[in-house]
Design a binder for this molecule. Structure first.
Ligand code: NAD
Length: 335
């Protein structure tokens, strides 16, 4: 009997790099750059899985797309974040949603630390001064020893930052409502509430996911609690911080510096006031842009997709669906 080959839809890519495709043996692969809701709803009909690449900013796998996937069994986000996928709709339709969480942890932690250091040592301004012929002008940085680092979101990346920043002899505070006090204490850090972290930190770095609860987590009130000299670093998601308020706080000297890899709108708009400020260091959502992390991320994606095509799901973010699938399988077996 001829078995129909499975089909994998890769969204946001023109072709699938060898690093990923070499692992995928069980499906015909179709890539698409046309990621409008209309187009994906049409295309998805006879696909078994979607590999969601975060290459094009802010496109979504909506309920309509998921509902159009008559054969759809899984959607894999190619990175850590999966806020662009309607997980509730997937759960309603028995579609497994997965992410690839650990391949890029160290790279993002290192990038956050690079931004902290660039801000603290005023590196960009000093670099520009040298280019302009200046030497030992009165541009100052700050020393981090004995200062306080506040980590918002004490998951994989937050912890990796804490481990590394201990070498700078900083006092480390952590705000994470879902991590036990003891787990934070064991890492030599102190669990605090958000207000305390904002008030006491000299450097704040954000590592929580973007959810309904965390959208706009840092707004007017929160900026009002921070020290005037604070360095704010965001490598998580732009929408965690109210960008208008951030720009005002940076312009008015309400806060000292910001190091940003992520923005409310990406790519950053050409007329964004952030581009005119002197007390910012900006990178283009590039925390994982290095050979080691990319190779690891891509091959983990390929391996995980191949397993999913065979019905083995790893790093599931809606595990309730797995129970549903098991129940259905045992019902079919009994028939
Ligand atoms: P993780 O799930 O391991 O950790 C996130 C932590 O945030 C968890 O401990 C969770 O309890 C905590 N959290 C949830 N809600 C919170 C809240 N309201 N307040 C404070 N903390 C809260 O995730 P991770 O691997 O550490 O990644 C963190 C984020 O980094 C991802 O969600 C992703 O958006 C971002 N990221 C960015 C890049 C990049 O290229 N810049 C790359 C990878 C990941």
């Amino acid at each position: 009997m001829k078995v129909n080959p499975k089909k994998l839809l890769v969204t946001g890519m023109e072709f699938l790099p060898e690093w990923i495709s070499q692992h995928i043996k069980s499906a015909q692969i179709v890539c698409t750059l046309d990621v409008s809701e209309e187009s994906l709803s049409r295309k998805v009909k006879d696909f078994d899985g979607i590999l969601f690449m975060q290459t094009i900013s802010h496109y979504k796998i909506t309920r309509k797309i998921i509902e159009s996937g008559d054969k759809l069994k899984f959607i894999q986000s190619a990175g850590v974040g999966y806020e662009q996928i309607d997980v509730d709709a997937a759960t309603d339709h028995g579609v497994v949603v997965m992410n690839v969480p650990s391949a890029t942890t160290v790279s993002v932690a290192e990038h956050a630390i690079a931004l902290i250091m660039a801000c603290a040592k005023n590196i960009v301004k000093m670099h520009k001064t040298v280019l302009e012929g200046g030497w030992r002008t009165m541009i100052f940085g700050v020393e981090l020893r004995n200062k306080t680092l506040g980590i918002i979101g004490f998951g994989r990346i937050g912890r990796a930052v804490a481990e590394r920043m201990k070498a700078f002899e900083m006092r480390i505070l952590a705000y994470d409502p879902y991590v036990k006090e003891n787990d934070i204490k064991e890492m030599g850090c102190k669990k605090v509430d958000l207000q305390t972290l904002l008030k006491e930190s000299d450097v704040i770095t954000i590592h929580s996911p973007l959810t309904k609860e965390t959208k706009g987590l840092i707004g007017e009130v929160e900026f009002g609690l921070m020290k005037n000299s604070v360095i704010l670093v965001n490598t998580a998601r732009g929408q965690l911080v109210d960008e208008k308020v951030l720009i005002k706080a940076l312009s008015d000297g309400r806060i000292g510096y910001a190091g940003l890899d992520v923005f409310e709108k990406e790519p950053l708009e050409k007329d964004s006031p952030l581009l005119t400020l002197e007390n910012v260091v900006l990178t283009p959502h590039s925390a994982v842009q290095n050979q080691d992390a990319m190779a690891r991320l891509m091959s983990q994606n390929g391996i995980q997709v191949e397993k999913a095509l065979k019905g083995v799901y790893e790093n599931t973010v809606n595990p309730d669906v797995l129970k549903k699938i098991k129940k259905n399988q045992s019902r079919v077996a009994k028939l």
